[in-house]
Design a protein around this ligand. Structure first.
Ligand SMILES: Nc1ncnc2c1ncn2[C@@H]1O[C@H](COP(=O)(O)OP(=O)(O)OP(=O)(O)O)[C@@H](O)[C@H]1O
Length: 273
């Protein structure tokens, strides 16, 4: 259903293009507790793993702590006055504890925040160039030309609108641009926060195809989604957060058959038998 269709005439997608030795690594979150100020404990004793080259889905209802977990991994927690009060985050052999967003990007961990935050007054191409500023590749231009080529191959609609102001793009196109901008930094692990939010079904399908393709090109993905059906179709493994704690976890296929997940997140009635 979500099979990738290449743009006619587009160059075949390369592997991630990252230099040798910079392939994905395991992300390990262990016993994580996160607080905002003194009053709010958003995560408590959360452990999860995104294996190198895997796609992991993180589900849960509003306020469960999904975005907070992404912030803890991408080093953006402090921007929201949050802090890790217990536990560890490691990527490969690198500790991301108390890291800042620039260090996380350098480690190859890049977040696409919820809400399609693009620079509305800048063109599509300028948005992509801005994403390349945090690049990790060591080529002469930081891999920028190759990264843009990759993004335009994945998103032909953006290739047709390079000079258009981002603020004039449709919601789906803005989401594509937000993902494309993150890809400019050559992530080894892409953190996606609700990429399907507010999009029409066809566009959700298109975004799912692209996530599949990004993964096929060698990038690990941690996918936060309200759209559990989409996330479970894409992921190998899934975790369900319930008020800051991991309630359920397991192979995505198994969770998609679970009554509890079906009832709470897939909009199904209680199954007979
Ligand atoms: N900057 C902040 N300051 C104080 N509390 C916050 C802050 N950001 C989030 N929270 C609280 O932390 C908890 C977890 O929020 P978070 O945004 O991580 O949940 P979520 O699962 O991503 O929710 P949603 O699906 O609605 O985006 C919630 O109780 C929320 O109100």
């Amino acid at each position: 259903m979500f099979g990738f269709r290449a743009r006619p005439g587009a160059p075949p997608p390369s592997r991630s293009g990252a230099p040798p030795g910079d392939g994905p690594a395991d992300l390990r979150v262990d016993g994580l507790q996160v607080r905002y100020g003194r009053a709010v404990t958003a995560l408590d004793d959360v452990s999860l793993t995104v294996p190198a080259g895997g796609v992991v889905a993180l589900l849960g209802s509003n306020g469960a702590g999904k975005t907070t977990l992404l912030r803890a991994v991408s080093g953006t927690l402090r921007l929201y006055r949050g802090g890790v009060t217990a536990g560890t985050v490691t990527y490969g052999d690198r500790s991301l504890d108390g890291t800042d967003p620039v260090a996380a990007v350098r480690a190859g961990v890049v977040q696409v925040p919820e809400g399609r935050r693009v620079f509305g007054g800048m063109t599509v191409d300028e948005n992509l160039r801005a994403g390349g500023l945090g690049r990790v590749r060591r080529d002469a231009d930081g891999g920028n030309a190759a990264a843009r080529e990759r993004v335009y191959g994945l998103f032909p609609r953006l290739a047709e609108r390079t000079g258009q102001r981002a603020g004039l793009l449709s919601g789906g196109e803005q989401q594509m641009l937000a993902i494309g901008r993150a890809l400019m930094a050559w992530p080894r692990l892409l953190l996606l926060d609700e990429p399907s939010l507010g999009l029409a079904p066809l566009m959700v399908e298109r975004i799912a195809e692209v996530v599949r393709e990004i993964h096929a090109q060698g990038t690990s993905v941690l996918l936060v989604e309200q759209n559990a059906a989409m996330a479970l179709a894409l992921a190998d493994h899934a975790y369900v957060l319930e008020v800051g704690r991991v309630g359920l976890s397991g192979p995505a296929e198994e969770l998609s058959r679970s009554d509890e997940v079906g009832r709470l997140y897939l909009g199904e009635g209680v199954r007979a038998g």
